[in-house]
Design a protein around this ligand. Structure first.
Ligand code: ZN
Length: 121
């Protein structure tokens, strides 16, 4: 059973390629073409909150005397399949990984790279 557990953990690691503060481009939906910084990852829903993108208006209830309530604008999550990471050199790209063995202990390190130019992301 230990083997199965290990497989699951590798798959999960692979799924979440994006990180907070990454610059991404939206490739589908009403904000298509827009770029922004990742503010938050909603991992269990596979959604990403991107700064200034997918703004939705939400009615907010008045909770106390100071709170005026009304309409607030918030950034809603975008499904990760509608996003592409932006490489500083070549624009929207896909994420690849580079495995490197380095140091005295020959530890394998995994670096996120641009699939087009190989630059570290
Ligand atoms: Zn690149």
């Amino acid at each position: 059973m230990a083997v199965v557990a290990q497989k699951v953990s590798i798959a999960a690691q692979h799924k979440y390629k994006l990180k907070k503060d990454d610059t991404v481009q939206i490739i589908a939906g009403k904000d298509k073409g827009k770029r922004g910084r990742i503010l938050k990852l909603i991992r269990d829903k596979d959604r990403v909150v991107v700064e200034g993108a997918n703004i939705v208006k939400k009615a907010k209830k008045r909770r106390n005397q100071q709170d005026r309530g009304g309409i607030v604008e918030i950034e809603a999550g975008i499904h990760s399949s509608n996003l592409m990471i932006v490489c500083k050199k070549c624009g929207p790209t896909r994420i690849g990984y580079k495995l490197e063995t380095g140091g005295a202990d020959s530890k394998v390190t995994k670096t996120r790279v641009c699939k087009k130019c190989g630059e570290a992301l």
